[in-house]
Every structure is written in structure tokens, then in C-alpha cells.
Design a binder for this molecule. Structure first.
Ligand code: AMP
Length: 287
């Protein structure tokens, strides 16, 4: 596995592969890799000639009071995991090479960036959209792989790729979960044993809401109430940013379920902010 730290070198390497007619699969990550990340890497390997994984903890997507400094980092462990997965290239740039002095261009995706996490993490999606645009321009992938766990992020990225005429295919992969349903996340490492146990409430509340929809309930406010009550009943839940029923295209809140529906949750357990979501396709057909 080749390790590249300099964006220009990554760019030239990708150009070389493209000139030879090879497809490039790209998995951008912030490291502290878990099985959820590795699934994306495996999928990229299956579908492309060359697999590139990036590890970059992007400072511009963290707010001033967020966990940029504490964010788990495990370069040695990550390198070993990617080597074992037979990734071809690990792209690991230092922040000053991505944001050199004088950097002054940002990408903002309007409307969908302002909803859900965007309302609680001002500037977060501007940071995400900017770094993903840069990474796609550097790596020049045929296909780029993202997890549904960060559903809002996937639609922000699809929108920017469309609006800016970029030509990577964006592939969204299912959320990988622990046996008890908790979505795998690098931030799960922050949880102590008691909090880790309590965190299963998130998946339970998504399943409960999904079952209600599948049983034919169309009152989205009722379902939102059930979700919020379930979450707030858990004493380890120290804050509720949002939990409810949303249109998966616009991310606006639904009052009535008419078709495909996004259930989305962001809660704090202790100081750890966890998000999860579920796309539900109602069994009944609505007019
Ligand atoms: P992160 O390192 O958290 O920025 O995640 C890098 C990529 O892995 C993003 O596209 C995430 O959505 C994806 N990802 C993170 N956790 C999971 C998971 N449990 N299942 C599937 N994909 C995931």
C-alpha cells in the first residue's frame, strides 16, 4: 500500500491511473477506522481497479466547542487495517497542505445544509462540502463511497457534485451496526460501559418508529412524539438535538407520511453526540 501525503502527488498518481484506463474507487474518512469504514473499502475494491482511502480529520467541519482536538486518532492501527484490506493508496495529508495560508474558497450547499445537523452545527456542512470538493478534485475518483449513517452528508455531497458538474459517482452504502443495533461510529469510543449500553436506545427508537409506519400509521407528529419520549426516558440521554420524521429529499419535517420517509435522530449521551437514521418505505401505497 502506497502512502501519499502531498495533494499534488496524489493528483498526479490519479492522473496516471486514469491515463492507463483504470477506475478509481475512493473512500474519504476521518480515521479511527472501524468495520463500517472497512465495508466501504471492500466495496470500493470490488468495483474499481484502484482503491484510495483518505484519512483527514477536517478542522473546518468542527465548531469551536466541538471535539476536533479529542477526535480519536489511530494512524498505526488504521494503516494496518487498510494494508490488510489491500487498499492501494492511503492519502493522509497534513492540514496545512489542504488549507494553506491564504486559503479563501468555500463550498456551501444551500437549504439542505441548514436542516437537521446543520441547525445545531453551524458551518459544519460548509466544512464538509469544501473538503469533499477538494478531495474529489485531488483523488479524481470514478466512484466515491459514503455511509448512509451520515444521511444528510450524502445528500449534501450528491447535490454539490451535481451542481458543480463534478463527475464522480456517489455511492451510498448501508449503515453497519453493532450486534445490539448501535450504528458503528468512531465516536462510540468516547462512551463508558453504562453509556454504551444506554446508546442502544437510539436504534430501538428508530425500529419502533419504523414499525409504526409499516403498521400504517401516517401521523408523523405522533411518531415523532413516540421517538422523543423513548429517547428522553433513557436517563443517560443528556440532550436531544432532534428526533423525528423527515422528507428524505428536502429534509423538511413531515406532518403526514405519504411515501418514503427518513427517521433521523441526534442525541447527546454524556458529552458524546451520536446520530443515526433509517429510511422507511411504507408497505401501504398512499395516494
Ligand atoms: P467518518 O470517518 O466518520 O467521517 O466516516 C467516513 C465514512 O464512513 C462516511 O462516509 C461515513 O458515513 C461512513 N461510515 C461511518 N460509520 C459508518 C457505519 N457504521 N456504516 C457505514 N458507513 C459508515
Amino acid at each position: 500500500m502506497e502512502i501519499i501525503r502531498i495533494p499534488r502527488v496524489m493528483q498526479d498518481t490519479s492522473k496516471g491511473h486514469i491515463l492507463r484506463g483504470r477506475t478509481i474507487g475512493f473512500v474519504p474518512t476521518m480515521g479511527a477506522l472501524h468495520e463500517g469504514h472497512l465495508r466501504l473499502v471492500r466495496r470500493a475494491r470490488q468495483e474499481n481497479d484502484v482503491t484510495v482511502v483518505s484519512i483527514f480529520v477536517n478542522p473546518t467541519q468542527f465548531g469551536p466547542s466541538e471535539d476536533f482536538k479529542q477526535y480519536p486518532r489511530d494512524i498505526e492501527g488504521d494503516t494496518a487495517k487498510l494494508f490488510k484490506e489491500e487498499a492501494d493508496i492511503l492519502f493522509m495529508p497534513d492540514a496545512p497542505l489542504i488549507y494553506p495560508e491564504g486559503f479563501s474558497t468555500y463550498v456551501e450547499v444551500e437549504k439542505i445544509s441548514e436542516r437537521l445537523c446543520g441547525a445545531f452545527r453551524p458551518g459544519h456542512f460548509k466544512g464538509v462540502a469544501t473538503v469533499v470538493t477538494k478531495l474529489l478534485n485531488i483523488v479524481k475518483p470514478t466512484k466515491a463511497y459514503f455511509g448512509q449513517k451520515d444521511f444528510q452528508q450524502t445528500i449534501v455531497i450528491k447535490q454539490l457534485v451535481k451542481d458543480l458538474d463534478m463527475d464522480a459517482d456517489i455511492v451510498v452504502c448501508p449503515t453497519l451496526r453493532e450486534q445490539d443495533g448501535l450504528a458503528m461510529s468512531s465516536r462510540n469510543a468516547y462512551l463508558d460501559i453504562r453509556q454504551r449500553e444506554a446508546a442502544t436506545v437510539i436504534y430501538k427508537c428508530l425500529i419502533e418508529a419504523s414499525d409504526l409506519i409499516k403498521s400504517g400509521i401516517i401521523d408523523a407528529n405522533y411518531i415523532k412524539g413516540v421517538m422523543q419520549d423513548g429517547l428522553l426516558k433513557e436517563p443517560a440521554v443528556s440532550g436531544l438535538d432532534y428526533a423525528g420524521v423527515y422528507d428524505p429529499v428536502t429534509l423538511s419535517e413531515l406532518s403526514e407520511i405519504k411515501g418514503d420517509t427518513l427517521l433521523a435522530v441526534a442525541v447527546k449521551i454524556g458529552d458524546t453526540r451520536l446520530i443515526d437514521n433509517m429510511l422507511v418505505i411504507p408497505v401501504r401505497k398512499y395516494e
